[in-house]
Design a protein around this ligand. Sequence first.
Ligand code: ATP
Length: 242
Amino acid sequence: MSAPMLSVENFGASYGAAQILYDLSLQVGRGEVVALMGRNGAGKTTTMKAIMGLMAQSTGKIRFDGHDISGKQPYEIARLGLGFTPEDRRIFSDLTVLENLDIGRQPPRKFSDGVPAPVWTEEKLLALFPNLGEMPNRPGGRMSGGEQQMLTVARTLMGNPLLMLLDEPSEGVAPLIVELMANTILELKKAGVSILLSEQNVHFAELVSDRAYVLEKGQIQWNGTMAELAENIDIQRAYLTV
Ligand code: ATP
């Protein structure tokens, strides 16, 4: 792998006196889809928040597209092109699909080596998410959970991110939407978007990811290719939801 897009090195993070992440290291290469896996409470969301600069108490180093982002403010990290789709879909319920998308709009970006990053427009996103394409003027509050999840992902893409942190996109949505979400992630990969995906479900991760890190009690317990994880029943039983 050439210099990784995202590199987390020996990272630790706490909420008050409670240490949540320990000596955590992971990497995401350009164009890779990497799954961060583990059961409820393993520390997946905390890892994503820490990468976005949302954990006040942290140690270790994080590099993103050649920049040291350790200790930087969330807005500075977002400005460098790191997109975050949180688990709790934060869409605006009074605004329409198109208005929600408009809120995420950022100019096109380049990687630090000058290569242009994928550029997204409303038109492209409404084609990528046909469900949204059918309801461009529907208020966010009148959409299903799965549709809201798609809108949250689409809004992050409006920022033309160099890399996306996607927190549990399959959580709590209907099976049909889970399938659509998996197809969408594969389309994003084809378009050259790098993704760190938080996920509990092995089957979903298997469909979309190149590699996986398995987390338990805030520590990486295993890492390898998705194909290796798919064959490793012991690791799946010990740490994951099969
Ligand atoms: P889930 O799938 O439930 O979101 P997760 O793997 O994302 O699980 P985290 O949400 O990162 O796990 O939680 C990791 C640990 O941090 C848990 O023990 C949780 O109770 C604790 N934790 C999370 N948020 C806070 C907080 N605001 N204050 C204190 N402890 C917290």
